[in-house]
Structure formats: structure tokens, C-alpha cells
Design a protein around this ligand. Structure first.
Ligand code: G3P
Length: 219
């Protein structure tokens, strides 16, 4: 399973890369706007830093304008994936981009039928938003399970990126369902490696070790 970082913050990206936890990255207009400043320079820098796929989202609503935007975004790096909203115009843009060897990530997916349409259109990735569904008292991971079953039933090559992740359990459930990737906010990515019993166990080991006379501690 691939772990993607859901961030446009260069310090977060740098640290997660150092830890070897980043197989790819996703951004969206909200994440880029949150950082402020020169979004294009930032996006270009992100494409340089991250070796795996980097999703950059179009902000036009019309197919023709999405294609124009995508033409510019792909110049940012060879790893750019064009994030397209799950709309009728988005669905029109996906096969055109894919026919130009430009991978697409259909975003804002909230139903199995939206995912099926994206796969039929030839999208390289779909992004079901689990956290936003959970927030409406629906079941985000159930959506992922249904999408995985549909894609397996028909051998669609479209990869599922579990998005809108709110806690580490979303990531482990995504892995149990065989999702291809999860895109994870920095704070939650840092939680993945941690467990309070690991911290407590380590503290005990080191305290016990410190009780040995210094000379006998050396190997
Ligand atoms: O980047 C797409 C998605 O992960 C955004 O999630 O936290 O805005 O619901 P969120």
C-alpha cells in the first residue's frame, strides 16, 4: 500500500520525506491557498521534492478550460497527476487527458457510482473522501469497500486513494480493504509510527539499563 502525504507545506513534506513515508503527494486548492504566496512556485518545488505522483487540481469547471489548465500544470514536473472534480465536465476531461498520457485523479468521490463512472472514463486514480462522509454520520470506509469490490469485479485498473483521512484507523482500514493508497495529513502521518505503549516500553528499558554500572553498559 502506498502512503501519500496530503499537504502543500514544504516543511511538512521535507520531514515526511526524511522519514521515508512518502510514496506520493496530493494537494487541493484549499491546501495551496492555506500556504499563501506563490502557489505555482510552491507546486513546482513540491514536484521536484517528491519522486512519486503529485496530484495538482484544476479549478475550472468547463472541460475545455480544465484541459488548458492541465496543459500548464503538467509542465511543473514529469510526476504531475491532474486532479479533476467528479462532475460531468470532469468525466469528459478524463479520457482526453489519459489519451495524452496524462494521469488523472478523480476527486470529491462520495458514492460507488461516481467511482464506477471515473473508472469507466479511464481515470488512473479515484479519491473517495471518507472523513467528510463520516462527519455526516455515513460510513466512509463502507464506500471504499464497495468501490474495491466493484473495481475487482470488472478488473478496472483504476487505483483507489483513500482521502479525507481523519485518524490512523482510517489508514489501517484502508490497508485491510486493499486500497492502493491513502493520502494522509502530516499530523496523522506522524501518528502512524507512534503508540503510547512503545513510548512507555522504551522509557522502562532505558531506565532499567541506566541502573547498570556505567562500565558494564559498554559493549
Ligand atoms: O486532498 C483531498 C482530501 O484528502 C481533503 O480532505 O481533510 O479536506 O476532507 P479534507
Amino acid at each position: 500500500m502506498r502512503l501519500f502525504l496530503d499537504s502543500a507545506n514544504l516543511s511538512e513534506i521535507e520531514h515526511a520525506l526524511e522519514l521515508g513515508m512518502v510514496d506520493g503527494l496530493t494537494t487541493n486548492p484549499t491546501l495551496l491557498a492555506r500556504e499563501g504566496g506563490d502557489w505555482e512556485g510552491r507546486a513546482r518545488e513540491i514536484c521536484r521534492m517528491v519522486k512519486g505522483p503529485v496530484s495538482l487540481e484544476v479549478t475550472s469547471l468547463k472541460c475545455g478550460e480544465m484541459l488548458e489548465e492541465a496543459r500548464r500544470l503538467v509542465t511543473f514536473g514529469p510526476n504531475v497527476v491532474i486532479k479533476v472534480p467528479m462532475t460531468q465536465d470532469g468525466l469528459k476531461a478524463v479520457p482526453i487527458l489519459q489519451s495524452r498520457d496524462i494521469d488523472t485523479n478523480v476527486t470529491l468521490v462520495f458514492s460507488p457510482m461516481q467511482a464506477l463512472l471515473a473508472a469507466r472514463a479511464g481515470a488512473a486514480y479515484v479519491s473517495p473522501f471518507v472523513g467528510r462522509l463520516d462527519a455526516l454520520a455515513q460510513n466512509g470506509m463502507e464506500l471504499v469497500r464497495e468501490i474495491m469490490t466493484i473495481f475487482q469485479n470488472y478488473n478496472y485498473p483504476t487505483q483507489v486513494i483513500v482521502a479525507s483521512v481523519r485518524h490512523p484507523r482510517h489508514v489501517s482500514e484502508a490497508a485491510l480493504l486493499g486500497a492502493h493508497a491513502a493520502t494522509i495529513p502530516y499530523k496523522i502521518m506522524m501518528q502512524l509510527a507512534r503508540h503510547p505503549l512503545t513510548d512507555a516500553g522504551l522509557e522502562t528499558f532505558l531506565n532499567d539499563w541506566a541502573k547498570l554500572p556505567p562500565i558494564t553498559r559498554q559493549a
